[in-house]
Design a protein around this ligand. Structure first.
Ligand code: HXC
Length: 259
């Protein structure tokens, strides 16, 4: 079925797919259907052997202004529990390929959380990151208190979450929330450039490295180092590792096949 609220381009660039949130009148507010479409697209692209890196973008005006307030407003706690619409977000975490958020304009509430669920963030100069849920009498519910704290530290996360104030793209870069900030006309192209440089690498090694970095947030150092070492050894089962090291010795560019 053709998605209604997103646009999917499996080969936006060679080996790089693009998912674009496309609910412009509502500033890409994340309703249940939109998130189901994102999850389904990510699953399909993750299984598509032609795709090595995925870019997730909004528009210039808004990456996403949060979960859909109008959809949630009248719900009871039990409605929220039974619908459990945010469990669909687990699919984003299950994506094994590198996922880059290309953020311009508003990245608020669930929009900020969606960007932080990606592996890297390229921001335009107009990007604003914030968790304004407190102003609605609620709080972040899709990783905001956890990922923001890990990314920018407790004091800054507390201030953002407790006051609802946003930070600019520059501040986000200074505090390590985003990878880079570029002029607004270039944010998507810059995300593609970053995606392209990752797509040149061994997809097997990229997958294992991504998994290992994510493990750093989930476990203690000893277990994380053990996990990393196993994944490192595992790369030696790939043809890509043989190709990468042979290319170095032969002084040529490697050609990684993802096997
Ligand atoms: C539903 C939204 C929306 C949202 C904007 N719109 N954000 N609809 N849910 N989160 C709609 C507006 O109602 C309006 O529609 C249209 O988009 C344009 O928005 P305006 O407010 O007219 O634009 P502007 O004046 O430029 O202000 C932009 C804005 C503001 C600062 C982003 O819209 C805003 O504060 N939005 C809410 C941000 C927020 O609180 N996000 C957190 C949501 S809770 P109409 O039809 O009225 O013209 C959340 C919980 C996460 O994310 C839990 C886990 C996922």
């Amino acid at each position: 079925m053709t998605p209604e609220f997103i646009l999917v381009t499996p080969q936006a660039r060679p080996q790089v797919a693009l998912i674009q949130l496309n609910r412009p009148k509502e500033l890409n507010a994340l309703n249940l259907q939109l998130m189901q479409e994102v999850a389904a697209a990510l699953k399909a692209l993750d299984q598509n052997p032609e795709v090595r890196v995925i870019v997730l973008a909004g528009s210039e005006r808004a990456f996403a202004a949060g979960a859909d307030i109008k959809q949630m407003a009248g719900r009871t706690a039990i409605d929220m529990l039974l619908i459990d619409q945010f469990s669909i977000w687990d699919q984003i975490r299950r994506t094994t390929k590198p996922l880059i958020a290309a953020v311009s304009g508003f990245a608020l509430g669930g929009g900020c959380e969606l960007a932080m669920t990606c592996d890297l963030i390229v921001a335009s100069e107009t990007a604003q990151f914030g968790q304004p849920e407190i102003r609605l009498g609620t709080m972040p519910g899709a990783g905001g208190t956890q990922r923001l704290t890990r990314a920018i530290g407790k004091a800054r996360a507390m201030e953002m979450v407790l006051t609802g104030q946003s930070i600019s793209a520059r501040e986000a870069a200074q505090h390590g929330l985003v990878n880079r900030v570029v002029p607004v006309g270039q944010f998507l192209e810059e995300a593609f450039r970053l995606a392209h440089s990752i797509a040149q690498m061994s997809p097997v090694a990229a997958r294992l490295a991504k998994e290992s970095i994510n493990r750093a947030f989930e476990t203690h150092l000893d277990e994380g180092l053990h996990f990393e070492r196993k994944n490192f050894y595992m790369t030696f089962a790939s043809e890509d590792q043989k190709e990468g090291m042979a290319a170095f010795v032969e002084k040529r560019k490697p050609d990684f096949k993802g096997k």
